[in-house]
Write a protein that binds this ligand. Structure first.
Ligand SMILES: *Cc1c(COP(=O)(O)O)cnc(C)c1O
Length: 484
């Protein structure tokens, strides 16, 4: 969007020079302002055309066009109201003016009518080719060449030898717990600050979750709280069957101390890397550290298959058993012999085709998400109210979502103000220890309740890799207006 002053024309300007301005700015209208900078009227292509048809020359002054009271709105008017105004007056652009009537911004219907969503799918050029191939060769089943290739390509990307493509990240976590023999009477530790999908599979297995707080410097599992929880459980002679470590919003948890603590007690780690595909920890890929790692390709994740997940491991036997359990635990007999309960969890060959295309642009998607984060930070660097989620020095975040905490203003209030501007922002995940579903679960704090505090003050801003710089700027302007 050109700067607002690029749209200004003066009363004495000729029609020809106004046409020049219209051409240079390309929005079909310019703003006629007087010597004090106040808006006199808007001038469109059509106004010039009518004037010329009246018989005046191109050198005639624009001020001779009949005056017309401009339709304007005050800065800070919510987008929904701007659209109402445009509908009422049947116009597609609206100058926003300050108290003195000076235009400070031009809003176009095309821009505000489109909501800015938190994180939308971003399809590349290659996905359709793989999907068409699947149709052409009639590989529509939950197995096929795209599934095999996607597993191999994802494993190579993450630096693990084995991967099983499944129907969702949740299914992958469920399989991981099943593979680790989690069952009724067992406890499973899990990061508290996460999406419920990290913890639901603990309940599927009839086990009991114990939640672990976050560190303020990473927002991920606090190694100190984990160590205390493990020591306490060990003293009672009741160690957890597994620890689910979440890498939140694209940043790896601090895996070295976490793995050391779990190894010391012989407890296996499941890495929930649903949000952190492509992030690194000390030079290695997030999701490659645990006994098992899981990824999600849900529609809002950094790459998507519309819905899907992946289970990865360094252990061949675990992944082979995962494939078996995820295809109804069918014994290799012609009549399908069954000796234990299984699931229908495999990924379809069509969706794996989407995944293969998406994986090719993972690097670009991470670069975009990181650029969006940097742009937010730069545009709001003079706003101390907003404190950004830290990037821990041990690795590189994929910045799946741009997240921040607010120092003093009410988080819900800001989200509502942004919603009125058709901008979707959300609170940071409500921690599991505060969910009614888990009221009775034990919770180990970092020192104070860090996860609870991050939830109370935390906000996730629109961060889709297909966002334009203009959209990021629109969000930051809306934040400034809301903060006053
Ligand atoms: C999205 C997500 C999941 C679940 O993945 P699905 O593919 O939606 O089942 C699990 N854990 C976390 C942290 C997630 O963000």
């Amino acid at each position: 969007m050109p700067a607002i002053t690029e749209f200004f024309v003066r009363p004495s300007d000729s029609l020809l020079s106004v046409l020049d301005r219209l051409q240079a700015t390309g929005k079909g209208m310019v703003l006629l302002v007087d010597e004090t900078g106040r808006l006199v009227r808007t001038v469109t292509d059509g106004d010039i055309r009518r004037r010329l048809l009246e018989g005046v020359g191109l050198d005639s002054a624009v001020e001779d066009i009949a005056p017309r009271t401009p339709v304007v709105a005050a800065t800070g008017t919510p987008a929904a109201r701007l659209i109402e105004l445009m509908d009422e007056r049947q116009i597609d652009h609206l100058p926003l003016v300050d108290a003195a009537g000076v235009p400070v911004e031009l809003r176009l219907r095309r821009e505000i009518a489109a909501p800015i969503l938190l994180s939308t799918p971003h399809i590349g050029d290659a996905e359709m080719g793989y999907v068409e191939e699947a149709f052409r060769t009639n590989w529509i089943a939950p197995l096929g060449p795209n599934v095999d290739a996607f597993e191999q390509e994802l494993a190579d990307e993450v630096g693990v030898p084995h991967a099983a493509a499944v129907s969702s990240g949740t299914a992958a976590i469920h399989l991981a717990l099943r593979l680790l023999d989690v069952g009724p009477g067992d406890e499973v530790f899990c990061s508290s600050l996460t999406f419920v999908a990290s913890a639901n599979p603990i309940l599927y297995q009839g086990a009991t979750p114990v939640f672990i707080d976050s560190s303020p410097d990473t927002w991920n599992m606090s190694p100190g709280a984990l160590m205390r929880a493990l020591d306490e459980r060990a003293a009672r002679g009741r160690l957890p069957k597994a620890v689910i470590v979440v890498s939140l919003y694209g940043q790896s948890a601090d895996m070295d101390p976490i793995l050391a603590a779990c190894d010391a007690h012989g407890v296996p780690v499941v890495e929930d890397a649903a949000e952190s595909l492509g992030a690194t920890y000390r030079g290695r890929q997030s999701g490659s550290f645990g006994r098992l790692g899981i990824f999600s390709f849900n529609g809002n994740k950094i790459i998507t298959t519309s819905g899907g997940g992946m289970l990865v491991s360094h252990d061949t036997a675990l992944i082979e058993r995962a494939r078996y359990l995820s295809t109804q635990a069918r014994q290799p007999a012609p009549h399908y012999e069954h000796t234990e309960v299984g699931y229908n969890y495999r990924m379809s060959n069509i969706l794996a085709g989407i995944g293969r295309g998406q994986l090719q642009v993972l690097g670009e998607r991470i670069a975009s998400r990181r650029r969006i984060f940097d742009l937010y930070r730069d545009l709001l660097r003079d706003v101390p109210e907003v404190e950004w989620m830290p990037e821990a020095p041990y690795g590189r975040s994929n910045r799946w979502l741009t997240c921040a905490t607010l120092r003093s203003i009410d988080r819900a209030e800001l989200i509502a103000r942004l919603a009125a501007d058709r901008i979707e922002a959300r609170p940071v995940w409500k921690p599991m220890h505060r969910q009614p579903l888990f009221v009775n679960a034990d919770y180990y704090r970092h020192d104070h309740d860090v996860a609870g505090d991050l939830f109370d003050r935390g906000i996730c801003l629109p961060s889709g890799s297909n966002m334009t710089d203009d959209q990021v700027e629109r969000v930051t302007l809306a934040i400034r207006v809301a903060l006053g």
